[in-house]
Ligand binder design. Sequence first.
Ligand code: C2E
Ligand code: MG
Ligand code: MG
Ligand code: MG
Length: 285
Amino acid sequence: KADMAMYSAKERGRNNYCFFSEDMNQSAQEVLQLQLELRQAIGAGQLALHYQPKVELKSGRITGAEALLRWEHASRGFIAPDIFIPLAERSGLIIELGDWVLKEAVRQCRRWHLMGFDWLTMAINVSSIQFKRGHFELAVMEALDNASLEGRFLELELTESLLLDVQPALQQSLASIQDKGVGLSIDDFGTGYSNLGYLKRFRVSVLKIDKSFVTNLAGNSQNEAIVQAIIQMAQSLKIGTVAEGVEDGQTAAKLIDMGCEVGQGYHWSKPLPSADFLRLIKPTA
Ligand code: C2E
Ligand code: MG
Ligand code: MG
Ligand code: MG
């Protein structure tokens, strides 16, 4: 059994996740132990998707959801994805994990469509390793087919660094996925590289402006300048914009003024279990 000192209860964040303490030196054995438990977590039903609404800023209408992975460890409580996704990537487990997320999110989206919310889109986060080694195209096609969901309701959130070294064969594969109507969002936009050539190479549908620029936007002239520049560039390129990390109404209002289309953040809702998300969208039906 792994040493409980691996986690520090003091470091529990606002979502009650356990984090590794910062000064902790993870031994190879501890990492291995956690990877082992993560492998078992898939079978043990300890993984769940939470869903955070994407909101059309002008109307306040919910347009879709982003699926965010949660690991509820039997004895340690919630472990944050920023902790276990990197572990899963290093062990290759991300392929199995990512496949589960893809299937589950697509199935959930279809369930909501069948309940009458047939306009809802579903976004999933895709890790670079999952994309490059996991027969990704086939997995996406199968997930959509099995759930009878049209591709246009699915959105893939990829990072800039992933797109920067996509080989031609994979570029073709991504294009095939997009031919099915699947959308391509750039996550955490603005935190990656200044080499924007990939915006020409790929049919990017949405730039998700990173929350580090969005949270505390109003009154911070540097953040304002960066966000405004991103929105203007996106508009010129006919690419959509989503601001992530919108925590208050003032920021939402500011974003509307700046021409941003969609927001996501605690101002509307934190990521929710599917039943709670359903309660959130029900009044809009
Ligand atoms: P991300 O895709 O950029 O997701 C946004 C993160 O910001 C989420 O953290 C979300 O809970 C948080 N967030 C949302 N609104 C606010 C807000 O108003 N203020 C603040 N401060 N934060 C907000 P979360 O759920 O902990 O996920 C962290 C990261 O883990 C994600 O960043 C994503 O990169 C990764 N991740 C999560 N689920 C998956 C998954 O299924 N697969 C992969 N490959 N990565 C995932
Ligand atoms: Mg994301
Ligand atoms: Mg993001
Ligand atoms: Mg992020």
